[in-house]
Design a protein around this ligand. Structure first.
Ligand code: ADP
Ligand code: MG
Length: 691
């Protein structure tokens, strides 16, 4: 069925532009671009100031230069095993040569007399040269100001999109359609925030008149992106808290106090505080949506258990979701132990249960005989029915946000939600990006824990580590060895887990029980290997980074991370957290010889601190939040133009502006917000839901 033709010219297909046929249309579709209005948001990757070219005589070694010159002659010649293409060019001041490696076809690209723009690094190799520059051949008719004589946009290219013709299409778009772009921000708002109009911003982000205007255009578009993001986020929360009801959970009999007294250990201050926060939060009729962060071993489970108990005493049920079967079983055991004197009925539901046991749990959940059902995310969403579900706890979750797809949360009244994670989220990021969850933090580890001693060593010293491990294993301890790759690839620059496993079991550890685990094994095999490791049937485990985060294994006291420079800071910290979980002294060896300054810095930070929050802040600085959380993983939208940490201050302003709109007019009743409402709906349609 054809959609009804839109009356707005800007909602027409990109095909309406000259130079865009069916093939290009397809390429754009892959970028999610279908209409002219979408195409405005296909932003340049960078710009080149072609209003002023460098004279060849003035280029300096080491700089990035953009020159306009005429082709004098060209040649292909062999250089060692390479084929070198040389292009000799000149302008009125001097001459220079541009070189490309192994691209002999360039011979046919250039013709003597061509006028070219070259943009690249100036190097000295016995002569001054431009190495591997980007190029563009100017045509006779280019006296207009599309490709030269101005600040020129350079677009991200893929196959099927050539820079020049794309630029021509974009110029046509801007010249003929920018006037149809609808502004959705009220005039006053724009003035208050000092924002350029949207049409003007979109015109200038592609073909800026000058640098200052380009900066303003960029500012407006970054603001837009973050403003809509925050508006959607904050509005969801506001609507949720205002309109959705939950069952209030009250601690009338002081059962939580009793629970805390009965524990075999004293709670840390952090644990106590969070329990109080939660009790207060669930006592109201509005749903709790809380994220509890605390390092591996900080004792999050017991906090969740206090909530499960409170729910049971209020005669509502709880679902406790673990990421894997083995963790579900482990939590089932510890939760049962913690609640044994409180008369709470707990059921375990995993994929490997016999069908009749499974249906018994299903029945007991439905009749209300079970107070708590523990299981994996997958299993607990398969049509499980509760009599009265009041609480959902999600353990070891790495995706956040109210918008999470979780069938259990759809029941009415809405269950209170507690999400737990061992990923420390830097304050700056947490406030702005996960503003839809209230944040609780446990900062300290229970007493008696010794920080993991961390060393950074060269590959050459590997055998020292193997000796160290042998010594520990002889004393009844266990070790992890983590490798970045499962099997040989990329020319074998990095040793694979399989190869290392083979090598170690033949030589260094031939007298020990050594195991191998990686993501390509099925879940049941992985679980079985992990159980063997836990029970001591395996003493040394070679693994890829997929291995469990939360498994409690106090005898594992050595962690070796091979090619440590291949991992991010937060990831290294996570992996290290798998040791040091008992009262035994633990060790972590980061093996690698990175040349790159940033990698060296990462490894050094880890040897100096075990404070997850500090590490998270550092990681954020080094990599930005997209990488930090794994953009898709975290459910963060891919921002098109905003970048972090660069744009944090704009984010804060956008957030405040969004909060104000919501305070004043949550439902967008006012005329004033009509266009904004529509824009927000469009924006929502583009949001990728976290899976
Ligand atoms: P995580 O935060 O990684 O989920 P757990 O809740 O699994 O940590 O706790 C790790 C271990 O520490 C468990 O064996 C738990 O019983 C124990 N524990 C929790 N809180 C305390 C405490 N305050 N004092 C001593 N041990 C504790
Ligand atoms: Mg845990």
């Amino acid at each position: 069925m054809q959609p009804a033709p839109s009356t707005l010219p800007i909602e027409k297909s990109v095909r309406y532009l000259k130079g865009i046929g069916p093939k290009r249309e397809e390429v754009f579709r892959k970028f999610g671009i279908e209409t002219l209005s979408d195409l405005f948001y296909f932003f340049p990757r960078r710009y080149e100031d072609r209003s002023r070219f460098k004279r060849i005589r003035d280029v300096r070694i080491g700089e990035h230069a953009v020159i306009e010159a005429k082709v004098n002659h060209k040649a292909v010649r062999p250089l060692k095993s390479l084929r070198l293409f040389e292009l000799f060019v000149e302008d009125e001041s001097s001459q220079i040569v541009a070189v490309w490696f192994n691209q002999p076809y360039l011979m046919n690209t250039f013709t003597e007399g061509d006028c070219v723009i070259l943009s690249g690094k100036v190097e000295f190799r016995g002569r001054l040269q431009l190495t591997n520059p980007e190029y563009e051949i100017l045509k006779e008719e280019d006296t207009d100001v599309v490709h030269a004589g101005r600040i020129v946009p350079i677009y991200p290219l893929t196959e099927g999109l050539a820079q020049r013709s794309l630029r021509v299409s974009m110029k046509e778009l801007v010249d003929h359609y920018a006037e149809y772009v609808t502004e959705y921000l009220p005039k006053e708002f724009q003035k208050r925030q000092k924002l350029m109009g949207l049409g003007e911003a979109l015109r200038n982000i592609h073909f800026p008149e000058n640098q200052e205007i380009l900066d303003q255009a960029r500012h407006r578009l970054i603001f837009d992106e973050l403003f809509l993001f925050e508006l959607a986020l904050l509005r969801d929360v506001a609507l949720l808290k205002k309109e959705e009801k939950s069952i209030p959970l009250k601690d009338a009999s002081g059962v939580v106090d009793e629970f805390m007294k009965e524990l075999p250990f004293t709670l840390t201050e952090g644990q106590k505080e969070v329990i109080q926060e939660i009790i207060l939060d669930v006592s109201r009729g509005a749903p709790m949506t809380r994220l509890l962060q605390g390092e591996v071993g900080s004792g999050k489970t017991v906090v969740a258990v206090a909530l499960l108990l409170l729910a049971a005493k209020n005669k509502v049920q709880s679902a406790f979701l673990a990421p894997t079967e083995i963790l579900a079983e482990q939590q089932f055991e510890s939760i049962r132990k913690l609640l044994k004197s409180f008369n709470v009925n707990i059921g375990l539901l995993t994929g490997s249960l016999a069908p009749e046991d499974k249906s018994a749990v299903y029945r007991a959940a439905e009749t209300g005989a079970l107070d708590v059902v523990i299981g994996t995310h997958a299993v607990l969403q398969e049509g499980l029915k509760f009599k009265q579900l009041g609480v959902v706890v999600i353990d070891e979750q790495h995706k956040f946000g109210v918008r999470q797809r979780n069938a259990l949360l759809a029941s009415e009244p809405r269950p209170h939600l507690l999400v737990m994670t061992a990923t420390p989220i830097p304050r700056t990021l947490g406030l702005t990006l996960f503003g839809d969850l209230d944040l609780s933090t446990i900062r300290e580890l229970p007493g008696g824990r010794i920080p993991v001693k961390t060393f950074w060593i060269s590959r050459k010293k590997e055998s020292d580590v193997w000796r160290f491990i042998s010594d520990r294993v002889n004393k009844g301890k266990k070790a992890y060895i983590i490798c970045p790759r499962i099997e040989e690839s990329e020319g074998g620059a990095v040793e694979s887990a399989e190869d290392l496993y083979a090598r170690l079991s033949r030589k260094a550890f031939k007298n020990f029980k050594i195991g191998l685990i990686h993501g390509r094994l099925g879940k049941p095999e992985q679980d079985s290997v992990m159980w063997q490791f836990k029970s001591g049937k395996i003493q040394i485990l070679v693994a890829t980074s997929v291995v469990e985060v939360g498994l409690h294994n106090p005898d594992a006291t050595v962690m070796v991370i091979e090619d440590a420079e291949r991992f991010g800071l937060a990831q290294l910290h996570q992996m290290r957290g798998r040791v040091g979980r008992g009262s035994n002294e633990s060790f972590c060896f980061l093996v690698g010889d990175p040349k790159n300054v940033e990698s060296r810095k990462r490894l050094r930070i880890l040897t100096k601190t075990s404070d997850g929050f500090l590490i998270a802040e550092e990681d954020l600085k080094l990599r930005g939040p997209g990488d930090f959380m794994g953009t898709r993983q975290s459910g963060l939208p891919l921002f098109r133009i905003a970048e972090f940490p660069r744009d944090f201050s704009i984010m804060l302003r956008a957030r405040e502006a969004a909060a104000q709109v919501i305070r004043e007019d949550l439902h967008f009743y006012s005329e004033y917000h009509g266009a904004l409402k529509q824009k927000l709906e469009q924006y929502r349609a583009t949001l990728v839901e976290p899976v």
